[in-house]
Structure formats: C-alpha cells, structure tokens
Design a binder for this molecule. Structure first.
Ligand SMILES: NC(=O)c1ccc[n+]([C@@H]2O[C@H](COP(=O)([O-])OP(=O)(O)OC[C@H]3O[C@@H](n4cnc5c(N)ncnc54)[C@H](OP(=O)(O)O)[C@@H]3O)[C@@H](O)[C@H]2O)c1
Length: 333
C-alpha cells in the first residue's frame, strides 16, 4: 500500500510539475513584445511596406488589415466580392488617410481554374509593391456549417478544400520568390535578393485542424495548410533563409464578430479585433505554430493533458450542441 501511495504521489507531482512548466512556457509567449516592427521598413525609394491580407472583406482578415494600417503598413485587400472590398477600402481610408490600399478580387474556391484565379497576375500586381507581409486568412466552413461528411455534395467539398487549402498553398508558392526578393519587374532574378528583407508569412489556421467532427473537410483543409506552413518554415531553415522570412501558422479558436456570428464576445469567444491584435502580437515568438490568444492556449494545454476519451467526449459534446443550435435556428426561420 505504501509503495502504491509513493507511486501515485510521484505521478501526481510529475503531472503537476509538467503542467506548471507547460503553463509557464505558454505564459512567456504571451508576455514578450511583438516583432512586427521588423517588417515595417521602407524600401530604397522610401516606399512604406505593404501587407497582403487574403479574405479581408470581413471578420478576422478585415481586422488584421486595420491593425496593420494602424502599424504603418499599406494594405492589399483580397476577397471575392468587389463592392464589399471597396467598402472596406473606404473605411480604411477614413480611419487611416495616409494608408494606400489596393484590391485583388479572386474567388479562392475556384483557384484550380486559371480563368478564375490568375496567380501570375497577382504576383505581378504585388511584385511592384514593397511587400513585406503575406497573411493567408481567406477561409470558411460550408453551408450549413455543421453536418456529417455524407450530407454534403462533391462540389461543396471540393470548393471548401480549394478555398481552405489549395488557394493558400498556390498563393504562398507564387509569392515566396517575391517575398524573398527573387522576383522583380515581371521576371525571376538570380537567387541573390534584389531588395531589402525580411518578410513575414502568416497562416490563419484553426484549432479544429485536429480532426473535429461535423466540420470534417473544413478541419482537413485547415490541417493541410497548417502542415504546409510548418513544412516551409523548416525548408527555410534547411536552406538557410529562415532569417529572411518568418513563417508562422496560427491555430485560432472560436471567434465572434465574423460573418457567421455576431454573438457577444466572451473570454473563450473573443471578437475579431482581439484575435487580430493577438495574432500580430505573436510575431517573432520563435514558434512555427502558435495559438495566438492566451485563453485559447490555456484550453489547449488543459486538453493536452486530459485522457483521449475525455477530450473526445468534450469535443463531441460541444459540436453536438453547435449542430443542435444550427438545426433549431433553421427550423425557426
Ligand atoms: N471565426 C472563427 O471562429 C474562426 C476560428 C478559427 C479559424 N478561423 C479562420 O479565420 C479565417 C477568417 O474567418 P472569419 O471567421 O473572419 O470569417 P469571415 O468573416 O467569413 O471572413 C472570411 C473571409 O474570407 C473570404 N472568403 C470566403 N470565401 C472566399 C472565396 N471563395 N474566395 C475569396 N475569399 C473568400 C470572405 O469573403 P466574403 O466577405 O466575400 O465572404 C471573408 O473576407 C478563416 O480562414 C477561418 O477559417 C475562424
């Protein structure tokens, strides 16, 4: 009995020490100052830096655009709806009259069709700018948002995978040479950079990338592109350009103030502005993957130490409730 007590208390102490270490390590990430200023430098002609934010006609992307303008960046807005983008451009000009704004319209769900998304044209548009930041933020779940895989037709699934995974992959592949200074005046240069660096690539991922039920193919798309960003961050280190381009993939939890919900913000469901600030604040944290908002990070640490069966029960319970609310709302409409 004595040795049983000793073993259980040793396990308990180890678990407590491990959790404390993880929480302290997590806390450190959220207390350090942002490294965003590293990417806010003028070019040789004195041109202010530009940031391209995909999916910036609403929600998190729109708030990232406003935050970046606040920090002194010119902004390239991207979305699929020209009039929504023009409204955001006008709002940006009103709030930040010195900020220059360009607009790129491209339906990311059709990115496999060259007549719908011309990546070479996008590259040439931004290559003439002093682009130092790319944020892959465009993304969405299907309609209806919560349902079993078999409930959706092939077009919905394919469009979702194109939007959430293929578009950011192709855009990043297209713009990497620009961000690394290896593309200029409409053509690639030698490997030697032709403009000052560094540059920053941010991916807006989701904590659902772990395989969430009822959002299966959205979750899979987010997982693919999260892995892609971690892989290219390793490629940067492998080939020695990691000091030039910082690549960071953010795993975002539930957010309000976005197109699908305007519910009142709470600690675990902050608004899009709070998340945008948290995302930019983590720049330079040294991680390839980060949960940008600290209460979401604490939740992830807690989930990581719980037994798998309990995590599954919690996730299934939360998603069952999301589907119940969705079905109830649909019935009452
Ligand atoms: N809200 C959350 O709880 C949450 C949690 C984790 C991760 N995220 C991620 O955060 C990112 C932003 O989402 P959000 O919550 O801010 O939602 P949102 O308000 O709906 O914003 C999504 C943005 O993506 C654009 N977009 C959607 N489909 C597009 C398409 N086919 N082509 C081009 N642009 C398209 C939207 O344009 P339109 O204005 O034309 O629709 C909008 O600008 C997404 O990647 C999402 O997966 C959100």
């Amino acid at each position: 009995m004595n040795s049983f007590n000793t073993i259980t208390s040793a396990i308990g102490t180890s678990l407590l020490l491990y959790t404390s270490y993880k929480l302290l390590n997590t806390a450190r990430l959220y207390l350090r100052p942002s490294g965003l200023h590293r990417y806010r430098y003028t070019d040789v002609t004195g041109q202010r830096p530009w940031a391209l934010v995909t999916g910036s006609s609403s929600g998190i992307g729109k708030n990232l655009a406003f935050e970046l303008a606040e920090h002194g960046f010119n902004i390239v807005l991207h979305g699929r709806n020209p009039s929504k983008l023009e409204t955001v451009r006008d709002e940006l000009h009103l709030a930040h009259p010195d900020t220059k704004v360009r607009i790129i319209v491209a339906d990311a769900s059709q990115c496999h069709r060259p007549d719908a998304v011309d990546f070479a044209h996008i590259r040439d548009e931004v290559a003439s700018l002093h682009l130092t930041v790319l944020i892959n933020c465009a993304g969405a779940g299907p309609n209806p948002a919560f349902g079993g895989l078999e409930k959706y037709g092939p077009h919905t699934i394919i469009d979702s995978l194109h939007l959430n995974a293929v578009f950011p992959t192709l855009l990043t592949a297209t713009l990497l040479p620009v961000l690394r200074g290896q593309y200029r005046d409409g053509k690639p240069t030698s490997n030697a950079p032709t403009r000052p660096r560094p540059a920053l690539i941010i991916n807006i991922g989701s904590v659902t990338d772990d395989g969430f039920p009822l959002v299966s193919f959205y979750s899979a798309g987010k997982s693919a592109v999260h892995t892609l960003h971690k892989a290219i961050a390793r490629e940067a280190a492998l080939d020695g350009w990691d000091a030039d381009v910082e690549i960071i993939s953010h795993r975002v939890g539930a957010v309000t103030g976005v197109s699908h919900t305007q519910a009142a913000p709470s600690l675990l469901r902050p608004d899009a502005r709070t998340i945008a600030k948290a995302i930019l604040a983590r720049t330079g944290c040294g991680r390839k993957s980060v949960v940008p908002y600290w209460p979401h990070a604490v939740l992830q640490v807690v989930l990581a130490i719980l037994p798998v069966w309990l995590v599954d029960t919690i996730i299934n319970g939360a998603m069952r409730e999301e589907r119940r609310v969705q079905d109830e709302t649909a019935k009452n409409e």
